[in-house]
Write a protein that binds this ligand. Structure first.
Ligand SMILES: Cc1ncc(COP(=O)(O)O)c(C=O)c1O
Length: 387
């Protein structure tokens, strides 16, 4: 029988050496290893099944993180990266060549949007952007594409992708489905179980969990290791062992933290949806959300991201933001502390007003990353700020 999520989170992947007797994985702060290593039964680097040689290629601390993540996201193999963008660019570049056409959800994380529309297009690779709702209805013909890219929950309007449906369609077409599941985390969704060939994470967010590292992860079948590893090596996108260690440590409490994020996200969303000064709440766990049934099919929990608009738009949002005491104004997400941002001023400020409108981002939209503080305190903070 497979062990539970929290047992695997704590126990799996750790580099334990019985001759030392260490309980936790050490930080192997070394850039290089003896080469050739003639030691009989030398430990081998899982990226190439040979002794470790150079940390950009592989390192035991990175490997412990990769194995623990693989166990939690139920993928055969995984690699860690310096950032989420390192994971996204290395993985996608391992799959495409000049002349290829990909299809992707349009409501993308801003930097991924730039990678697809500026960088890949300049290399002769076309990325066709489709609206999330059109991908979810299954009406788009996928015949002419060599891969599908999506995000589990899109930013900042929190629409949910029907990853299960896309997984089936990708299988029928014989093309890979690539899913950035950063907002869901491996606790709320395992895209590989829904038909994704590649799962990507900004480990900077829920996986690290403490807003103190930059990290990326990619999970896939064993047969893809060589190609993704080659790109990580070439682009120099490996994390350093200290970041990898902090990611490994973060994963141990992911299940406990996500339970709190899921509960607090729901409490905050419910409170906001009943407040007279709130115009609209975006949260897939509310049964009034147009994504509620897709979310129930594809996610084990609805997460800690909640967006909303106030009566009075941007002015009201700015006024409220100055009064919040527990929620801090900062653009990242997924840490233990509650944060909020106005996407029109930060993450999506480079879009034209028309582009923002098309993506459903009004100037007054507030996006919150609800932390693991006591939910009564979070609600009280919002209540006081709204009054
Ligand atoms: C959904 C999503 N994917 C990828 C990234 C990029 O991650 P990183 O900042 O670790 O490169 C982010 C960052 O905010 C994100 O929100």
């Amino acid at each position: 029988m497979k062990e539970g999520f929290n047992t695997r989170a704590v126990q799996s992947g750790e580099f334990r050496d019985e001759k030392v007797g260490n309980v936790t994985t050490p930080i192997f702060e070394t850039s290089t290893f003896y080469n050739p290593n003639y030691t009989p039964n030398a430990y081998s680097d899982h990226t190439r099944n040979k002794p470790f040689m150079y940390t950009r290629w592989g390192n035991p601390t990175l490997e412990a993180l990769e194995k623990k993540y693989a166990s939690l996201d139920e993928v055969e193999e995984a690699l860690s990266f310096s950032t989420g963008m390192g994971a996204i660019t290395s993985t996608v570049l391992s799959l495409v060549k000049k002349g290829d056409r990909l299809i992707s959800v349009k409501e993308l994380y801003g930097e991924t949007f730039i990678f697809f529309t500026r960088f890949l297009s300049s290399m002769g690779i076309e990325v066709h952007l489709a609206k999330l709702d059109d991908l979810n209805t299954g009406v788009i013909d996928l015949k002419e594409f060599s891969g599908i890219y999506t995000e589990s929950i899109v930013n900042p309007t929190l629409g949910v992708c029907d990853v299960g449906l896309l997984g089936k369609r990708a299988e029928e077409e014989g093309i890979p489905l690539i899913v950035d599941a950063t907002f869901a985390s491996p606790f709320n969704q395992n895209p590989s179980k829904l038909g994704a060939a590649f799962t990507l994470h900004s480990g900077t967010k829920y996986i690290g969990g403490h807003s103190d590292i930059l990290l990326g992860l990619a999970g896939f079948e064993r047969s893809s290791m060589e190609a993704v590893w080659a790109k990580r090596r070439l682009l120099g996108a490996s994390p350093d062992p200290i970041q990898a260690y902090l990611g490994l440590r973060g994963l141990k409490t992911l299940g406990l933290r996500m339970k709190a994020h899921n509960e607090n996200g729901m409490e905050v969303a419910r409170f906001l949806s009943e407040h007279r000064k709130v115009e609209k709440v975006f949260y897939p766990g509310l049964d009034t959300s147009p994504y509620y049934s897709i979310a129930r099919k594809n996610l084990k929990g609805f997460g800690g991201m909640v967006s909303f608009e106030l009566v009075g738009g941007l002015d009201a949002a700015k006024k409220m933001s100055k009064k919040l005491k527990i929620f801090s104004y900062a653009p990242s997400l997924g840490g233990v502390e509650s944060l909020f941002t106005l996407p029109a001023e930060t993450s999506h400020s480079n879009l034209t007003p028309e582009e923002r409108k098309e993506s459903g981002i009004s100037d007054g939209l507030v996006r919150m990353s609800v932390g693991i503080e006591d939910n009564e305190d979070l609600v009280e903070d919002l209540k006081a700020a709204l009054e």
